[in-house]
Design a protein around this ligand. Structure first.
Ligand code: FAD
Length: 192
C-alpha cells in the first residue's frame, strides 16, 4: 500500500483538531442555552449576555452567526403591526401620481393577500371587513395614500387609538431618501 504524503497526514491532523474544536464549542453553547440556566431570551443580545467574557466588540463572523442562532423573543402583534404599517405607508409614499394599470392591480392584490395571509388571524379577519367596507382606491399617489391613511384610522379607532390627521400623511411618510430614484416603485420609471 502506498504511504501517505506528509501533507496529507498534516491535513488529516488539522481535520481532527477542527472537529474537536467544533464539538467543544457546540457543547459549550448548548450548556449556556440550557433551560435549567437563567433565560436570556428577552434580551437583545442573549449570547453576549450569557458570556460577558466574550465582550461586546466581538466582530468575528462565526460569533455573529451564533448570535443570530440563539433564541430571540418572538415578534409581538404590536411590532408586527408597526412594521407592516411602515411598509404600507412607505409604499404609498413611493406610489406614482400616474400609476400603470399593472401597478393599480398589484396594490389591490397586495391588500387582498394581506387580508388573507397577515400572520395575526384576528387582525387579518378584521382587515377583510375593513377592505369590504372600504375598497382599495389606487388611482393616483394621493388617492392611495389618503385611502391607506383612512383604513389605518379605521383600525386605530377599533383599537381605541388616536386618529391620525390624514392631511399630514405626506409629512409623516415622505418619499424615501434614495439617490437617482432607486426607491421608485417598480415600473414607475419610464425609459422612453
Ligand atoms: P401603528 O398603528 O402601528 O402606527 C405606526 C405609526 O404610523 C404611528 O406611530 C403613527 O406615526 C403612524 N400612523 C398612525 N395612524 C396613521 C394613519 N392613519 N395614517 C398614517 N400614519 C399613521 N392589532 C390588533 O390588536 N388588532 C387588529 O385587529 C389589528 N389589525 C391590524 C391590521 C393591519 C392590516 C395591520 C397592519 C395591523 C393591525 N394591528 C392590529 C396592529 C395595530 O394596527 C398597530 O400596528 C399596533 O397596535 C401598534 O400600534 P402603534 O400605536 O405602535 O402604531
Amino acid at each position: 500500500m502506498a504511504e501517505n504524503h506528509p501533507l496529507q497526514i498534516c491535513f488529516q491532523n488539522f481535520q481532527k483538531v477542527k472537529n474537536c474544536v467544533q464539538t467543544h464549542l457546540s457543547n459549550f453553547i448548548q450548556r449556556h442555552s440550557s433551560p435549567s440556566l437563567p433565560s436570556f431570551t428577552n434580551q437583545k443580545e442573549p449570547f453576549l449576555s450569557a458570556s460577558p467574557s466574550l465582550g461586546k466588540q466581538n466582530k468575528d463572523p462565526t460569533h455573529q452567526i451564533l448570535l443570530k442562532g440563539s433564541s430571540a423573543a418572538p415578534v409581538t402583534k404590536e411590532e408586527l403591526g408597526r412594521a407592516t404599517w411602515t411598509f404600507l405607508h412607505a409604499l404609498a409614499a413611493q406610489y406614482p401620481e400616474e400609476p400603470t394599470r399593472q401597478q393599480k392591480k398589484d396594490v389591490k392584490e397586495l391588500m387582498a393577500i394581506l387580508s388573507r395571509m397577515y400572520p395575526c388571524k384576528e387582525c387579518a379577519d378584521h382587515f377583510k371587513e375593513v377592505l369590504r367596507a372600504n375598497p382599495v382606491q389606487a388611482g393616483s399617489h394621493s388617492e392611495f395614500s389618503q385611502w391607506l391613511c383612512h383604513v389605518h384610522n379605521v383600525v386605530n379607532r377599533s383599537l381605541g387609538k388616536l386618529v391620525f390627521p390624514c392631511e399630514r400623511v405626506d409629512a409623516r411618510w415622505g418619499k424615501l431618501d434614495c439617490e437617482q430614484r432607486t426607491c421608485d416603485v417598480q415600473g414607475a420609471t419610464k425609459f422612453w
